[in-house]
Ligand binder design. Sequence first.
Ligand code: FPP
Length: 242
Amino acid sequence: MEKIIDGELLNIPEHVAIIMDGNGRWAKKRLMPRNFGHKAGAKVVEQMCEDAYNLGVKYLTVYAFSTENWKRSVEEVTGIMNLLRNYLIDCIERASKNNMRVRVIGDRTALAPDIVDKINELETITSKYDGLNFTIALNYGGRDELRRAVSNIANKVKAGELEPDVIDEELIASHLDTAGIPDPDLLIRTSGELRLSNYLIWQLAYTEFYFTDVLWPDFTVEDLKEAIRYFNGRERRYGGVK
Ligand code: FPP
């Protein structure tokens, strides 16, 4: 989709994935606890859903909690989980207002039962909306997602439902948590780190990467536009030659 942004005709990425990094450093700079940064970060997520959609983005996927984040202090993990709990409750109303479809990817088996119930409710209620497709990666790890998909496929083979020779890329993709969601066109990571941190490792195979030093709680629509302008300067070849 093409759109004029600040007087410039830009190709808008259909799917933007974000690693929201730097909440802890943002809080530290203010001599506040890390969870203060996560709270500010959660507010930015809400704003970004509106801004991205207004710019013409159709899919937005954010990394809220990784399979590795359990290693953080109990205080921090509890803080993030409480933040997510409240976010999921508020989100039902906000999604209805904004016509937003919400999905959650990741392994739910380790999440608190009340959080799982809220996720199920939110996904069911918002499945009829056709505005922004917002996906939250929660207890998500790219390797773990592949492990679960492989195990699922292996069980189908064992049960005689699937022949091993029909396993192609499309079949694998359809067993991932992101089944039905197109691969991201643009990945944004904030706070100056140049790592993938186990995020969407299958889906990001041909994605353009944009890194910025801005800390996530400081990220604004202007930073998103900058990332989109960067995306427009890249030539996507998908392994071919132009
Ligand atoms: C990375 O910053 C951020 C996280 C691990 C948590 C992200 C969570 C949120 C923004 C809030 C909840 C999300 C939603 C969808 C409402 P960091 O803690 O690694 O920061 P640092 O690198 O500066 O320490």
